[in-house]
Design a protein around this ligand. Sequence first.
Ligand SMILES: [Zn+2]
Length: 172
Amino acid sequence: MDLNEKFMKEALRTARDAGRRGEVPVGAALVLEGRVLARAGNATLARRDPTAHAEVVALRRGARRLGNHRLTGATLYVTLEPCLMCLGAMVQARIHRCVFGARDPKVRASSLFRLPRLRRGLNHRFEIAGGVLEKGCAGLLQSFFKERRKGRREAGGTALTRPRGPRRLRAS
Ligand SMILES: [Zn+2]
């Protein structure tokens, strides 16, 4: 089997697990020297953490496991085209390559990231490739959002998407 597909399947598995927990089903697998160093699914709801995207959680786990905040030579597989925050985190981690599955047609952060002006300003560059197992990765997200819309209609409102936790902000 194609290595990219093999590792993307690992990422897809974690994405499915995240979906079962009610998170947006995005998963990541961090690979170093041909082995999976860390896996993670989206965990923004469970952790009540806006930065707990699959990629960031996988990078943190991988770095902890390796005992090094630099993940030189690592490849990060992720089921959805990463956002700018995650691409920034990959720069900080000094990864070697990022391979994603489904494209994010609205944002296309990976193409923004290729802008020469931006690239020149970065202290580390890495390769980004997309479209691996694209159908499976995109299909998982599509069915998740379809189900969620259906659930919302049945609940008669937006209750399912309302964030948990305090609703009102206290003046500081
Ligand atoms: Zn992200």
